[in-house]
Design a protein around this ligand. Structure first.
Ligand SMILES: [Ca+2]
Length: 168
């Protein structure tokens, strides 16, 4: 009688423990799924928007488009972190906003920031290479193309990015 009640108690305890383990596993799995799915989706897009200032705010292997001059100064302005070609920054609230840029990549990486939609056959662009810094697009006048449509400062005109990237 005594031994059977002990056995029953042990079984009950074991079931309790196994239930707790099941719940723990379920919670861990959902945490892992949530944790892995969200960043993976975000990483697939060519642009993500962060806030901050300074060159150090720009993640490695990306082109950073700052909404204000001097890499947003000391403010908490928007930074469009570009890691691939983007046809229109307006999808990310970033059309005609960029006032300074930093290409935080290895030296041999390339990207072009266009005043119009890339591939539309018109407009000027700024050629960026790894390490290139442009603190103030108000003082940048660029006429690299025979099809220039813009003759003023290159401030607040960038619409798209053609990303060539490179080997890390
Ligand atoms: Ca701006």
């Amino acid at each position: 009688m005594r031994s059977s009640s002990v056995t029953a108690g042990s079984v009950a305890r074991c079931q309790g423990v196994s239930n707790k383990i099941s719940i723990f596993i379920a919670m861990t799995l959902s945490a892992l799924l949530l944790g892995s799915v969200s960043p993976a989706v975000a990483a697939e897009g060519p642009v993500r928007v962060i806030r901050g200032h300074g060159l150090e705010a720009c993640p490695r292997n990306s082109l950073c488009l700052y909404e204000d001059v001097d890499y947003n100064g000391s403010g908490n302005g928007r930074i469009w972190v570009v890691t691939g070609s983007v046809h229109s920054l307006s999808e990310y609230g970033g059309n005609d906003e960029t006032s300074s840029m930093y290409m935080h990549t290895p030296e041999n990486w390339r990207a072009d920031a266009h005043e119009n939609r890339s591939g539309m056959g018109s407009g000027d662009w700024v050629w960026m290479y790894g390490g290139k810094k442009l603190p103030n697009l108000r003082s940048v006048n660029i006429h690299q193309s025979a099809r220039d449509t813009h003759y003023g400062p290159f401030n607040d005109v960038i619409t798209s990015v053609s990303w060539a990237g490179g080997e890390a």
